[in-house]
Design a protein around this ligand. Sequence first.
Ligand code: ATR
Length: 279
Amino acid sequence: MRDSRETFVNHAFVTGFPVKHSRSPLIHGYWLRELGIAGSYQAHEVSPEDFPDFMRQLKSGASGFCGGNVTIPHKEAAFRLSDRPDELSAELGAANTLWVEDGEICATNTDGQGFVANLDERAEGWDQISTAVVLGAGGASRAVIQAVRDRGIKAIHVVNRTPARAQELADRFGAAVHAHPLGALSEVMTEAGLFINTTSLGMDGEPAPEIDFSMLAKDAVVTDIVYVPLKTPLLRQAEAQGFAIVDGLGMLLHQAVPGFEKWFGRRPVVDETLRQLII
Ligand code: ATR
């Protein structure tokens, strides 16, 4: 006898332009296999001009997707075109995770959650420090600053090549956040307990600039959101100077957790096998 019950299989996506470099299909594919879920997660390249139509099809159900991840350059448009952005994404003006509920597109941004989950795992007690230095003032920096501020870090010094962008973040995030030009880096590092790099400084074949971390507090943690290579030039320098370092791979893995749970109904675990698979 044929079973007349329908089997619902959820399909999720990652979209960007380009999207082929994305590690997300590997991450979600691993979890789907591990948990034995008959769902799918696939890379789906969409150009900026086609993105509004992609969102319309997501909302109507025509695309067959229940939700997905959004990466560069669609994060701002995903936020704007969603029906129910949450507070986190609204404050950032950017979304990286979408799902459809009652015919409406809901949106959030999990980058900051990924960042703090990685620190929670690898630098327990980090949120007891009072002062952090953030290098860079782009989209990624914004999500990191929001998350660090929300965990109660009292002073966050944003240092950026283009000081106006750092100032924009200070204006956006309020009293805890202070803007500085690159030249002030050593000075603002004095006694800071956490140093966060959000730039690609020293990557892309450029020589890594020498950063003297010695002004930081002795037990400071230095972390990078770049994860290729796992030990970035900046992390190597900090390690050579005796500081604890945390690489950025865990941020990538942990930011994927809330989306998977929304689309497939199970909370996945970031384990060592997954780390090895993605490196
Ligand atoms: P993302 O969204 O990934 O953060 P972005 O918005 O392009 O990317 O931001 C990149 C950040 O890295 C910026 O803070 C940028 O500094 P500017 O605001 O002055 O552009 C910083 N950055 C990139 N390359 C840099 C370099 N060679 N030296 C100093 N800062 C650099």
